[in-house]
Design a protein around this ligand. Structure first.
Ligand code: COA
Length: 257
C-alpha cells in the first residue's frame, strides 16, 4: 500500500491515510487502499479500529480535486461506488470504528469521519463540505450520513453553504463526540478504543449491530432485533464469564466466544 498504513497495538488497529504533500487528499487509489486495508483486517479482526490522517495539518482534505477534474461521468460514478464500498466497510465493520480528526476534514474527509461510529477531534480540526462550491456534491455518503447524524436543518446548512466550521462548532452540532488539544486526537481515540476493548468483544459487536439497525428500520423491528441479539449473547462463554466475574468480585477474562 502506498497511502494507507495499518498498525496494530494490542487488539486495536490504527489506519493512517498518509499522503501528506496533498494534505491526505483521497484519489481513487487511496480509496481503494482504504477499502483493501479494511477487508484485510476482517480476516483477523481487531477489537476496534481507529482511522486518522498523517501529520498535524490534515485528517483528509477531501477527494483529490486534480484527479476529479479529469473524470468523465462514468469515471465519477465508479469513484462514488468505490467510495461507498469503502465507507460501507467502515460503517458496517463488525467492530467499533473511531475517527481521530487531527486537522482538515473536508468533503471526503468529513465523509470518512461520518462513516465511523465515533469522532474525536483535535481543537485545530476544521470540518466542511466544499463540494457545492466546486459545482459538485459529496459522493461518499455525506448527503445521507450527515442528516442522520446531526439532523436535516444543520446538515442542510453545511451541505448547501460549503461553510467550514471549527471543532468547537462541530461539537455543538453533534458532529463530533469530543474535542481534545491539538496533537491529542489519535491518543484519545486509541485510549477510547482500548477502553472499548476491555469489554466482552461479542457483546460490543452485537451492540454495534443493534445500534446500526436503529438507523435502518422502524422501532418495533429494531427492538425485535435487540431482543434476539440480547438472547443470543446468553449462549456465549463471554456472558457467563462477565456475569460470573461480577458475582465473584473479579475482573472478567473475555475470550470472544
Ligand atoms: N485535492 C487535491 N489536492 C489537494 C487537496 C484536494 N482536496 N487539498 C489540498 N491539496 C493539495 C494542494 O493542491 C497543495 O498541493 P501543491 O503543493 O502541489 O500545490 C497541497 O495539498 C497543500 O495544500 P494548500 O492548499 O497549499 O494548503 P493550505 O494550507 O493553503 O490550504 C486547504 C489548506 C485544506 C484549505 C486547501 O488545501 C483546500 O481548500 N483544499 C481543498 C479542500 C476541498 O475542497 N476538499 C473537497 C474536495 S471535494
Amino acid at each position: 500500500m502506498d497511502f494507507v498504513k495499518v498498525e496494530r497495538e494490542g487488539s486495536v488497529a490504527t489506519l493512517t491515510i498518509d499522503r501528506q504533500d496533498k494534505l491526505n487528499a483521497i484519489s481513487p487509489q487511496v480509496v481503494e487502499e482504504l477499502g483493501q486495508s479494511l477487508l484485510e483486517l476482517e480476516s483477523q479482526p481487531p477489537t476496534a479500529i481507529v482511522v486518522t490522517g498523517a501529520g498535524e495539518k490534515a485528517f483528509v482534505a477531501g477527494a483529490d480535486i486534480a484527479e476529479m477534474s479529469q473524470m468523465s461521468a462514468v469515471e465519477a460514478k465508479r469513484f462514488a461506488e468505490i467510495g461507498h464500498a469503502a465507507m460501507a466497510l467502515l460503517d458496517r465493520s463488525p467492530v467499533p470504528t473511531i475517527a481521530a480528526v487531527n486537522g482538515f476534514a473536508l468533503g471526503g474527509g468529513c465523509e470518512i469521519a461520518l462513516a465511523c461510529d465515533m469522532r474525536i477531534a483535535a481543537d485545530n480540526a476544521m470540518f466542511g463540505f466544499p463540494e457545492v462550491g466546486l459545482g459538485i456534491l459529496p459522493g461518499m455518503g455525506g448527503t445521507q450520513r450527515l442528516p442522520r447524524l446531526i439532523g436535516s436543518g444543520l446538515a442542510s446548512e453545511l451541505l448547501f453553504s460549503a461553510r467550514r466550521i471549527e471543532a468547537a462548532e462541530a461539537k455543538e452540532m453533534g458532529l463530533v463526540n469530543r474535542v481534545v488539544a491539538q496533537g491529542e486526537a489519535l491518543n484519545a481515540a486509541q485510549q477510547l478504543a482500548t477502553e472499548i476493548s476491555k469489554n466482552g468483544p461479542l457483546a460490543v459487536r452485537y451492540a454495534k449491530a443493534a445500534a446500526n439497525k436503529a438507523l435502518d428500520v422502524d422501532l418495533v423491528s429494531g427492538l425485535e432485533y435487540e431482543a434476539d441479539q440480547f438472547a443470543l449473547l446468553f449462549s456465549t462463554e463471554d456472558a457467563a464469564e462477565g456475569m460470573g466475574a461480577f458475582s465473584e468480585k473479579r475482573k472478567p477474562d473475555f475470550k470472544g466466544q
